[in-house]
Design a protein around this ligand. Structure first.
Ligand SMILES: Cc1ncc(COP(=O)(O)O)c(C=O)c1O
Length: 386
């Protein structure tokens, strides 16, 4: 979260005054307006607010028709939710190595493709854009879906086009720690009517037929699903947050660039697939050794700059994904995709897989966390301290 204040307070007060907090009863004013703004910002046909990034990822995979017998490629460096979405859809996450940009290595992903692979999930981790041209080319060659996990990259872009709009669908998160927030929240964006309609049905399966005329133009048949519907309070906050998004991004990028320019004579940075589209939240400083990275982090702490080594981020690294590593895909064994007869013979031996490049890069990198509200004087002060 970066900027939240009076506009969000006023928006919430307006909703409370209507006494209609449910998404559909009051005519979906806030939800509809926020989704319309998202379609404009992202240049997509369809947008669907829901309760989290994980729900957006899972709904997208369900919308693609992915399930038991299928494999989905995910990077070894991502939040566990990316892999969990695959399991929730009934399929098997197949882990692939990252490259120097700290995002999915397209060649490593291609090597993991089998006849069961249905989708690749590139993750724009820390707002770093993935190599979408290469990933989309691999997916096209093998006839796969691409689902962009842009949960840490709300509003970023690659080659001038927003992250989440390069593949078949994109997932965004608005939890407390994301670029824009309503405390919790997520969204699916897509141009694909079938993915959208199925995600619409799945994410709100019980209420969809009973409230409003939501199924009016839907051609996909109803099926059982879950309950991840948004509400008018969250949508009202997010509407205001979306209005602030490009201002936040432009200040983050400006400050990241200024700090990088000042540090460049002395330090080197992890390469980017598109530094212009990068969200600007994080300056990754790359060292020859972990000791140097840790010493630099210590200096940054003394200068009161948010920092950490990505190797220390637990659930963002595959070897901390306990539920996946221990293959507990559901509480009930008959619901567990890892035990499903269509999957069981192909479940990877996760604990014995190694991704040495990722472990090495993450241990030699220190993240400096940028602030959109830094002044030039503050940046100068930080640069001098470092
Ligand atoms: C890369 C990534 N994917 C998915 C998610 C899931 O988002 P949420 O917490 O909104 O479910 C997160 C959240 O931290 C994330 O960082």
């Amino acid at each position: 979260m970066y900027r939240i204040g009076q506009e969000e307070k006023d928006a919430v007060a307006r909703v409370i005054d209507t006494r209609d907090l449910f998404k559909i009863n009051n005519g979906m004013h806030e939800t509809e307006q926020c989704e319309a703004l998202m379609r404009e910002i992202f240049g997509v046909k369809r947008s669907l607010l829901m309760t989290s990034g994980l729900s957006a990822l899972t709904s997208a995979l369900i919308g693609m028709g992915i399930g038991p017998g299928d494999e989905v490629i995910v990077p070894a460096y991502t939040y566990i939710a990316t892999a969990m979405a695959v399991v929730q859809a009934g399929a098997i996450p197949v882990i692939a190595e990252i490259d120097e940009t700290l995002t999915l290595d397209p060649d490593a992903a291609e090597k993991k493709i089998t006849e069961r692979t249905k989708c690749i999930i590139p993750v724009h981790i820390q707002g770093f854009p993935c190599d979408m041209d290469h990933i989309c080319a691999v997916a096209k060659k093998h006839g796969l879906f691409v689902l962009e996990d842009a949960c840490q990259a709300d509003g970023g872009s690659y080659k001038g086009k927003r992250l989440g709009t390069h593949g078949n669908a994109g997932a965004l998160s608005f939890n407390q720690f994301k670029i824009i927030t309503a405390g919790e929240g997520g969204a699916l964006i897509t141009d694909d009517d079938k993915i959208y309609e199925r995600a619409l049905i799945y994410h709100d399966a019980s209420a969809i037929a009973f409230f409003g005329d939501q199924l009016k133009d839907v051609t996909e048949p109803q099926f059982c699903g879950t309950e991840w519907r948004t509400n008018e309070v969250a949508a009202a906050i997010l509407h205001q947050q979306f209005l602030k998004l490009d201002g936040i991004l432009s200040d983050l990028r400006k400050n990241k660039k200024l700090l990088a320019e000042r540090l460049a004579p002395k330090y080197k940075f992890n390469p980017s697939n598109d530094i212009e589209g990068d969200c600007g939240t994080t300056l990754p400083v790359l060292f020859d050794t972990e000791e140097e990275a840790r010493a630099f982090a210590e200096k940054a702490s003394q200068a009161k700059v948010g920092n950490y080594l990505p190797i220390d981020t637990g659930k963002h690294i595959y070897n901390h994904w306990t539920a996946i590593l221990e293959k507990r895909g559901a509480l009930h064994p008959l619901m567990d995709p890892f035990k499903h007869p269509a999957n069981a013979p192909y479940v990877p031996d996760y604990p014995n897989e190694t991704y040495p490049k990722m472990l090495d890069l993450l241990a030699r990198t220190t993240y400096l966390l940028t602030d959109p509200d830094w002044t030039e004087e503050r940046i100068e002060e930080i640069a001098k301290a470092l």
